[in-house]
Design a protein around this ligand. Structure first.
Ligand SMILES: Cc1cc2nc3c(=O)[nH]c(=O)nc-3n(C[C@H](O)[C@H](O)[C@H](O)COP(=O)(O)OP(=O)(O)OC[C@H]3O[C@@H](n4cnc5c(N)ncnc54)[C@H](O)[C@@H]3O)c2cc1C
Length: 390
Protein backbone atom coordinates (compact mmCIF):
# COMPACT_ATOMS: atom_id res chain seq x y z
CA UNK A 1 0.00 0.00 0.00
CA UNK A 2 1.37 3.39 -0.94
CA UNK A 3 1.68 5.81 1.98
CA UNK A 4 1.82 9.58 1.75
CA UNK A 5 4.26 11.79 3.63
CA UNK A 6 2.81 13.92 6.43
CA UNK A 7 2.12 17.56 5.55
CA UNK A 8 1.16 18.62 9.05
CA UNK A 9 2.75 18.57 12.50
CA UNK A 10 -0.57 17.19 13.83
CA UNK A 11 -0.25 14.05 11.71
CA UNK A 12 -0.47 11.10 14.16
CA UNK A 13 2.80 9.66 12.80
CA UNK A 14 4.61 12.90 13.68
CA UNK A 15 2.95 13.11 17.10
CA UNK A 16 4.09 9.54 17.78
CA UNK A 17 7.62 10.20 16.49
CA UNK A 18 7.92 13.28 18.68
CA UNK A 19 6.72 11.39 21.76
CA UNK A 20 9.17 8.52 21.13
CA UNK A 21 12.07 10.90 20.57
CA UNK A 22 11.20 13.00 23.64
CA UNK A 23 11.05 9.93 25.89
CA UNK A 24 14.30 8.58 24.49
CA UNK A 25 16.03 11.93 25.02
CA UNK A 26 14.86 12.01 28.64
CA UNK A 27 15.73 8.41 29.45
CA UNK A 28 18.78 7.61 27.30
CA UNK A 29 20.48 10.86 26.24
CA UNK A 30 20.16 13.39 29.06
CA UNK A 31 21.58 11.06 31.75
CA UNK A 32 24.73 10.32 29.69
CA UNK A 33 25.26 13.45 27.61
CA UNK A 34 27.79 15.01 30.00
CA UNK A 35 30.02 11.90 29.79
CA UNK A 36 29.88 12.00 25.97
CA UNK A 37 30.86 15.67 26.04
CA UNK A 38 33.95 14.66 28.03
CA UNK A 39 34.71 11.79 25.65
CA UNK A 40 34.37 14.12 22.63
CA UNK A 41 32.03 11.83 20.74
CA UNK A 42 28.54 10.35 20.62
CA UNK A 43 28.91 6.57 21.07
CA UNK A 44 27.92 4.24 18.26
CA UNK A 45 25.37 2.62 20.58
CA UNK A 46 23.32 5.85 20.48
CA UNK A 47 22.79 5.44 16.73
CA UNK A 48 21.87 1.77 17.15
CA UNK A 49 19.29 2.61 19.84
CA UNK A 50 17.77 5.39 17.72
CA UNK A 51 17.77 3.03 14.74
CA UNK A 52 15.96 0.33 16.74
CA UNK A 53 13.25 2.89 17.56
CA UNK A 54 12.86 3.73 13.86
CA UNK A 55 14.18 7.27 14.38
CA UNK A 56 16.98 7.27 11.78
CA UNK A 57 14.96 6.54 8.67
CA UNK A 58 12.61 9.48 8.05
CA UNK A 59 14.58 10.50 4.95
CA UNK A 60 14.73 6.98 3.47
CA UNK A 61 12.32 4.66 1.71
CA UNK A 62 10.56 1.75 3.39
CA UNK A 63 12.38 -0.70 1.10
CA UNK A 64 15.60 0.12 2.99
CA UNK A 65 14.02 0.10 6.44
CA UNK A 66 13.11 3.79 6.49
CA UNK A 67 9.81 5.45 7.39
CA UNK A 68 10.07 8.03 4.55
CA UNK A 69 8.11 10.54 6.64
CA UNK A 70 10.05 13.44 5.11
CA UNK A 71 10.67 17.05 6.16
CA UNK A 72 8.01 17.37 8.88
CA UNK A 73 9.58 14.40 10.64
CA UNK A 74 13.07 15.85 10.13
CA UNK A 75 12.02 19.06 11.89
CA UNK A 76 10.18 17.33 14.76
CA UNK A 77 13.10 14.95 15.37
CA UNK A 78 15.69 17.76 15.22
CA UNK A 79 13.72 19.86 17.72
CA UNK A 80 13.45 16.99 20.22
CA UNK A 81 17.12 15.95 19.96
CA UNK A 82 18.28 19.56 20.29
CA UNK A 83 16.05 20.17 23.29
CA UNK A 84 18.18 17.57 25.11
CA UNK A 85 20.60 20.50 25.67
CA UNK A 86 23.35 18.34 24.13
CA UNK A 87 23.86 20.03 20.78
CA UNK A 88 26.82 17.77 19.98
CA UNK A 89 24.60 14.68 20.02
CA UNK A 90 22.02 16.44 17.87
CA UNK A 91 24.70 17.59 15.40
CA UNK A 92 26.30 14.13 15.11
CA UNK A 93 22.98 12.34 14.60
CA UNK A 94 21.32 14.92 12.32
CA UNK A 95 24.33 15.10 10.03
CA UNK A 96 23.95 11.32 9.68
CA UNK A 97 20.17 11.32 9.09
CA UNK A 98 19.45 14.58 7.27
CA UNK A 99 22.62 16.17 5.94
CA UNK A 100 24.74 13.37 4.41
CA UNK A 101 23.00 10.03 3.85
CA UNK A 102 20.24 11.94 2.03
CA UNK A 103 22.65 12.19 -0.94
CA UNK A 104 22.60 8.38 -1.22
CA UNK A 105 18.80 8.31 -0.94
CA UNK A 106 18.37 11.04 -3.56
CA UNK A 107 20.93 10.06 -6.16
CA UNK A 108 22.54 6.74 -5.27
CA UNK A 109 22.36 3.85 -7.73
CA UNK A 110 20.12 0.90 -6.84
CA UNK A 111 23.26 -1.03 -5.80
CA UNK A 112 24.55 1.83 -3.61
CA UNK A 113 21.19 2.18 -1.89
CA UNK A 114 21.00 -1.57 -1.23
CA UNK A 115 24.54 -1.59 0.09
CA UNK A 116 24.45 1.44 2.40
CA UNK A 117 20.95 2.53 3.37
CA UNK A 118 19.85 -0.43 5.54
CA UNK A 119 22.92 0.03 7.78
CA UNK A 120 22.42 3.81 7.90
CA UNK A 121 18.77 3.42 8.93
CA UNK A 122 19.54 0.78 11.58
CA UNK A 123 22.44 2.81 13.02
CA UNK A 124 24.94 0.08 12.20
CA UNK A 125 26.79 2.53 9.92
CA UNK A 126 27.55 6.21 10.67
CA UNK A 127 27.60 8.70 7.81
CA UNK A 128 28.95 12.24 7.40
CA UNK A 129 29.68 14.81 4.71
CA UNK A 130 32.85 16.64 3.71
CA UNK A 131 32.43 19.57 1.35
CA UNK A 132 34.26 22.39 3.22
CA UNK A 133 37.96 22.98 2.61
CA UNK A 134 40.53 25.26 4.25
CA UNK A 135 40.13 27.74 1.35
CA UNK A 136 36.50 27.00 0.52
CA UNK A 137 33.77 27.38 3.15
CA UNK A 138 31.06 29.88 2.27
CA UNK A 139 32.48 29.96 -1.24
CA UNK A 140 32.29 26.26 -2.07
CA UNK A 141 32.97 26.94 -5.74
CA UNK A 142 36.60 27.56 -4.70
CA UNK A 143 37.09 23.91 -3.69
CA UNK A 144 40.37 22.36 -4.86
CA UNK A 145 40.22 18.67 -3.97
CA UNK A 146 40.43 16.69 -7.21
CA UNK A 147 39.27 13.27 -8.29
CA UNK A 148 40.67 11.73 -11.49
CA UNK A 149 40.09 8.39 -13.06
CA UNK A 150 42.76 5.81 -12.17
CA UNK A 151 43.41 2.33 -13.54
CA UNK A 152 40.54 0.72 -11.64
CA UNK A 153 38.61 3.58 -10.04
CA UNK A 154 39.23 7.11 -8.75
CA UNK A 155 42.26 8.89 -7.29
CA UNK A 156 41.57 11.74 -4.84
CA UNK A 157 43.97 14.50 -3.77
CA UNK A 158 43.28 17.45 -1.47
CA UNK A 159 42.13 18.42 2.00
CA UNK A 160 38.64 18.57 3.46
CA UNK A 161 38.08 20.32 6.78
CA UNK A 162 35.48 20.52 9.59
CA UNK A 163 34.20 17.07 8.61
CA UNK A 164 31.79 16.09 11.43
CA UNK A 165 31.63 12.31 12.09
CA UNK A 166 34.86 11.72 10.13
CA UNK A 167 36.70 10.33 13.16
CA UNK A 168 34.18 7.64 14.10
CA UNK A 169 32.09 7.46 10.93
CA UNK A 170 31.99 4.53 8.53
CA UNK A 171 31.37 6.44 5.32
CA UNK A 172 31.65 10.07 4.26
CA UNK A 173 30.12 11.82 1.26
CA UNK A 174 33.02 13.78 -0.24
CA UNK A 175 32.91 16.45 -2.96
CA UNK A 176 35.80 16.80 -5.42
CA UNK A 177 36.55 18.44 -8.74
CA UNK A 178 36.28 15.94 -11.56
CA UNK A 179 36.67 18.52 -14.35
CA UNK A 180 39.16 21.18 -13.21
CA UNK A 181 38.63 23.18 -16.43
CA UNK A 182 34.85 23.44 -16.12
CA UNK A 183 32.87 25.99 -14.10
CA UNK A 184 32.51 24.58 -10.54
CA UNK A 185 28.77 24.23 -11.07
CA UNK A 186 29.57 21.71 -13.83
CA UNK A 187 32.85 20.19 -12.69
CA UNK A 188 32.31 18.79 -9.17
CA UNK A 189 31.22 15.24 -8.29
CA UNK A 190 30.32 13.40 -5.09
CA UNK A 191 31.96 10.20 -3.84
CA UNK A 192 31.25 7.69 -1.10
CA UNK A 193 34.48 7.35 0.88
CA UNK A 194 34.76 4.44 3.30
CA UNK A 195 36.70 4.46 6.54
CA UNK A 196 40.19 3.00 5.98
CA UNK A 197 40.43 4.09 2.33
CA UNK A 198 44.12 3.78 1.30
CA UNK A 199 45.69 7.25 0.99
CA UNK A 200 43.15 8.91 3.34
CA UNK A 201 44.36 10.34 6.64
CA UNK A 202 41.74 11.49 9.14
CA UNK A 203 43.22 14.13 11.47
CA UNK A 204 41.02 15.11 14.45
CA UNK A 205 40.84 18.90 14.77
CA UNK A 206 41.43 21.07 17.87
CA UNK A 207 38.78 21.14 20.61
CA UNK A 208 35.93 23.44 19.61
CA UNK A 209 33.86 26.06 21.45
CA UNK A 210 30.81 23.82 21.65
CA UNK A 211 29.23 20.62 20.31
CA UNK A 212 31.83 18.64 22.27
CA UNK A 213 30.02 15.35 21.85
CA UNK A 214 30.42 15.44 18.07
CA UNK A 215 33.79 14.63 16.53
CA UNK A 216 35.34 16.76 13.79
CA UNK A 217 38.37 16.22 11.55
CA UNK A 218 40.40 17.20 8.55
CA UNK A 219 40.43 14.57 5.82
CA UNK A 220 43.71 14.54 3.90
CA UNK A 221 43.67 12.70 0.56
CA UNK A 222 47.04 11.75 -0.95
CA UNK A 223 46.51 9.67 -4.08
CA UNK A 224 43.65 8.06 -2.20
CA UNK A 225 42.18 5.14 -4.15
CA UNK A 226 38.43 4.73 -4.46
CA UNK A 227 36.64 1.97 -6.37
CA UNK A 228 34.81 2.80 -9.61
CA UNK A 229 31.42 2.54 -7.90
CA UNK A 230 32.33 5.18 -5.29
CA UNK A 231 31.00 7.88 -7.64
CA UNK A 232 27.64 9.05 -6.21
CA UNK A 233 25.13 10.44 -8.70
CA UNK A 234 25.94 12.00 -12.01
CA UNK A 235 29.55 12.68 -13.00
CA UNK A 236 30.12 16.48 -12.66
CA UNK A 237 26.65 16.78 -11.06
CA UNK A 238 27.88 17.34 -7.49
CA UNK A 239 27.44 21.10 -7.16
CA UNK A 240 23.69 21.24 -7.82
CA UNK A 241 23.31 18.17 -5.60
CA UNK A 242 25.06 19.97 -2.73
CA UNK A 243 22.87 23.05 -3.24
CA UNK A 244 19.72 20.91 -3.24
CA UNK A 245 20.80 19.07 -0.08
CA UNK A 246 21.49 22.40 1.64
CA UNK A 247 17.72 22.99 1.62
CA UNK A 248 17.14 19.96 3.88
CA UNK A 249 20.17 20.81 5.97
CA UNK A 250 19.22 24.45 6.58
CA UNK A 251 15.65 23.61 7.55
CA UNK A 252 16.99 21.12 10.09
CA UNK A 253 19.49 23.68 11.43
CA UNK A 254 16.52 26.02 11.94
CA UNK A 255 14.76 23.23 13.85
CA UNK A 256 17.87 22.76 16.00
CA UNK A 257 17.62 26.44 16.95
CA UNK A 258 13.96 25.96 17.88
CA UNK A 259 14.78 22.94 20.08
CA UNK A 260 17.68 24.69 21.82
CA UNK A 261 15.66 27.88 22.32
CA UNK A 262 12.79 25.91 23.83
CA UNK A 263 15.08 24.22 26.34
CA UNK A 264 16.79 27.48 27.31
CA UNK A 265 13.46 29.21 27.92
CA UNK A 266 12.06 26.29 29.94
CA UNK A 267 15.16 26.23 32.14
CA UNK A 268 15.15 29.99 32.58
CA UNK A 269 11.47 30.25 33.48
CA UNK A 270 11.97 27.61 36.19
CA UNK A 271 15.09 29.38 37.42
CA UNK A 272 13.64 32.89 37.73
CA UNK A 273 10.55 31.53 39.49
CA UNK A 274 12.66 29.92 42.20
CA UNK A 275 15.68 32.23 42.53
CA UNK A 276 15.21 34.81 45.28
CA UNK A 277 16.65 38.32 45.34
CA UNK A 278 15.51 41.55 47.04
CA UNK A 279 12.93 39.75 49.14
CA UNK A 280 11.10 37.95 46.33
CA UNK A 281 11.83 35.82 43.24
CA UNK A 282 13.40 37.21 40.08
CA UNK A 283 10.00 36.60 38.46
CA UNK A 284 8.59 39.34 40.68
CA UNK A 285 10.68 41.87 38.81
CA UNK A 286 8.76 43.33 35.90
CA UNK A 287 11.94 43.62 33.85
CA UNK A 288 12.44 39.82 34.10
CA UNK A 289 8.86 39.01 33.13
CA UNK A 290 8.88 41.34 30.14
CA UNK A 291 12.26 40.15 28.94
CA UNK A 292 11.11 36.52 29.03
CA UNK A 293 7.76 37.37 27.46
CA UNK A 294 9.48 39.00 24.46
CA UNK A 295 11.88 36.06 24.10
CA UNK A 296 8.92 33.69 24.20
CA UNK A 297 7.22 35.68 21.44
CA UNK A 298 10.35 35.62 19.26
CA UNK A 299 10.81 31.89 19.86
CA UNK A 300 7.18 31.32 18.84
CA UNK A 301 7.62 33.41 15.67
CA UNK A 302 10.73 31.47 14.64
CA UNK A 303 9.01 28.15 15.33
CA UNK A 304 6.03 29.25 13.21
CA UNK A 305 8.36 30.14 10.31
CA UNK A 306 10.24 26.83 10.59
CA UNK A 307 7.01 24.82 10.70
CA UNK A 308 5.37 26.77 7.89
CA UNK A 309 8.44 26.25 5.72
CA UNK A 310 8.57 22.54 6.53
CA UNK A 311 4.94 22.21 5.44
CA UNK A 312 5.69 24.01 2.17
CA UNK A 313 8.70 21.76 1.55
CA UNK A 314 6.62 18.67 2.35
CA UNK A 315 4.07 19.81 -0.25
CA UNK A 316 6.82 20.06 -2.84
CA UNK A 317 7.05 23.85 -3.12
CA UNK A 318 10.22 25.63 -4.21
CA UNK A 319 11.29 27.31 -0.96
CA UNK A 320 14.87 28.56 -1.30
CA UNK A 321 13.82 31.99 -0.04
CA UNK A 322 11.91 30.66 2.98
CA UNK A 323 14.56 28.09 3.91
CA UNK A 324 17.22 30.82 3.75
CA UNK A 325 15.02 33.03 5.97
CA UNK A 326 14.71 30.15 8.43
CA UNK A 327 18.47 29.63 8.60
CA UNK A 328 19.18 33.36 9.05
CA UNK A 329 16.39 34.23 11.49
CA UNK A 330 16.49 31.07 13.62
CA UNK A 331 20.30 31.15 13.86
CA UNK A 332 20.39 34.78 14.96
CA UNK A 333 17.35 34.71 17.28
CA UNK A 334 18.66 31.76 19.26
CA UNK A 335 21.82 33.78 20.03
CA UNK A 336 19.68 36.47 21.68
CA UNK A 337 17.70 33.84 23.58
CA UNK A 338 20.90 32.24 24.91
CA UNK A 339 22.46 35.57 25.88
CA UNK A 340 19.40 36.74 27.83
CA UNK A 341 18.69 33.34 29.41
CA UNK A 342 22.30 33.07 30.59
CA UNK A 343 22.05 36.60 31.97
CA UNK A 344 18.94 35.67 33.95
CA UNK A 345 20.82 32.70 35.44
CA UNK A 346 23.43 35.09 36.84
CA UNK A 347 26.73 33.50 37.90
CA UNK A 348 25.19 30.03 37.83
CA UNK A 349 24.71 30.38 34.06
CA UNK A 350 28.42 30.96 33.58
CA UNK A 351 29.43 27.66 35.25
CA UNK A 352 30.04 24.56 33.20
CA UNK A 353 27.65 22.38 35.20
CA UNK A 354 24.76 24.60 34.04
CA UNK A 355 23.02 23.46 30.82
CA UNK A 356 22.69 27.14 29.80
CA UNK A 357 26.46 27.42 29.57
CA UNK A 358 26.60 24.46 27.16
CA UNK A 359 23.52 25.55 25.18
CA UNK A 360 25.04 29.00 24.68
CA UNK A 361 28.27 27.52 23.32
CA UNK A 362 26.51 24.88 21.20
CA UNK A 363 24.03 27.32 19.64
CA UNK A 364 26.84 29.60 18.46
CA UNK A 365 27.46 27.41 15.40
CA UNK A 366 23.98 28.13 14.07
CA UNK A 367 24.93 31.48 12.50
CA UNK A 368 27.99 29.94 10.81
CA UNK A 369 27.67 26.27 9.80
CA UNK A 370 25.65 25.21 6.77
CA UNK A 371 25.62 28.77 5.38
CA UNK A 372 26.56 31.86 7.39
CA UNK A 373 23.77 34.35 8.17
CA UNK A 374 25.15 36.85 5.64
CA UNK A 375 25.19 34.24 2.87
CA UNK A 376 21.60 33.31 3.72
CA UNK A 377 20.50 36.95 3.63
CA UNK A 378 21.97 37.27 0.13
CA UNK A 379 19.86 34.28 -0.95
CA UNK A 380 16.78 35.98 0.50
CA UNK A 381 17.63 39.35 -1.04
CA UNK A 382 18.02 37.83 -4.52
CA UNK A 383 14.46 36.54 -4.22
CA UNK A 384 12.77 39.64 -2.77
CA UNK A 385 9.89 40.92 -4.85
CA UNK A 386 6.36 42.18 -4.23
CA UNK A 387 5.09 38.62 -3.88
CA UNK A 388 7.43 38.02 -0.95
CA UNK A 389 5.32 40.32 1.23
CA UNK A 390 1.89 38.91 0.32
C1 LIG B 1 31.45 22.75 14.35
C2 LIG B 1 31.45 22.77 12.86
C3 LIG B 1 30.95 21.68 12.16
C4 LIG B 1 31.00 21.67 10.77
N1 LIG B 1 30.62 20.52 10.09
C5 LIG B 1 30.83 20.45 8.76
C6 LIG B 1 30.62 19.21 8.07
O1 LIG B 1 30.22 18.21 8.66
N2 LIG B 1 30.91 19.16 6.74
C7 LIG B 1 31.36 20.25 6.06
O2 LIG B 1 31.59 20.14 4.86
N3 LIG B 1 31.56 21.45 6.68
C8 LIG B 1 31.32 21.55 8.01
N4 LIG B 1 31.55 22.74 8.66
C9 LIG B 1 31.99 23.91 7.91
C10 LIG B 1 30.97 25.04 7.85
O3 LIG B 1 29.90 24.70 7.02
C11 LIG B 1 31.72 26.31 7.43
O4 LIG B 1 32.48 26.71 8.56
C12 LIG B 1 30.79 27.42 6.97
O5 LIG B 1 30.22 27.10 5.72
C13 LIG B 1 31.54 28.77 6.84
O6 LIG B 1 32.69 28.64 6.08
P1 LIG B 1 34.10 29.18 6.64
O7 LIG B 1 34.28 28.65 8.01
O8 LIG B 1 35.14 28.86 5.65
O9 LIG B 1 33.90 30.73 6.76
P2 LIG B 1 34.22 31.85 5.63
O10 LIG B 1 33.68 31.40 4.32
O11 LIG B 1 35.67 32.19 5.73
O12 LIG B 1 33.35 33.07 6.17
C14 LIG B 1 33.69 33.74 7.37
C15 LIG B 1 32.62 34.77 7.68
O13 LIG B 1 32.60 35.74 6.66
C16 LIG B 1 31.29 36.25 6.49
N5 LIG B 1 30.86 36.03 5.08
C17 LIG B 1 31.10 34.96 4.30
N6 LIG B 1 30.54 35.11 3.10
C18 LIG B 1 29.91 36.30 3.11
C19 LIG B 1 29.13 37.04 2.17
N7 LIG B 1 28.84 36.54 0.95
N8 LIG B 1 28.63 38.25 2.54
C20 LIG B 1 28.90 38.78 3.76
N9 LIG B 1 29.63 38.13 4.69
C21 LIG B 1 30.13 36.90 4.38
C22 LIG B 1 30.39 35.46 7.45
O14 LIG B 1 30.24 36.21 8.65
C23 LIG B 1 31.21 34.21 7.73
O15 LIG B 1 30.89 33.61 8.97
C24 LIG B 1 31.50 22.78 10.07
C25 LIG B 1 31.99 23.90 10.78
C26 LIG B 1 31.99 23.90 12.13
C27 LIG B 1 32.60 25.07 12.87
Amino acid sequence: METTRPTSFDDPRIVALRATARRHVRERIEPHGAAWEEAGTTPHAVYRELGALGLLGHCHAAGFGGSDLGPIASVAFAEELSASSFGGVAEAVLIHTDMSSTHIGHRGSAAQKRRWLPGIVSGELICGIAVSEPEAGSDLAAMRTTARRGADGWVLNGVKTYATNAVHGDLMIVAARTDPDAKPSRGISLFIVERGTPGLQVRPMARKLGLHSSDIADMVFTDARLPEDALLGELHGGFPAIMQNFQDERLVLGAMAVGMGRKALELTLAHVKSRRAFGATLWNLQATRQRLAMLAARQQAVKALVHDTAVRVARGADCVREVSMVKALAGETVQDIMRDCLQLHGGAGYMSDCPLERLTRDARILTIGGGATEVMLEEVAKRLDKEAFQ
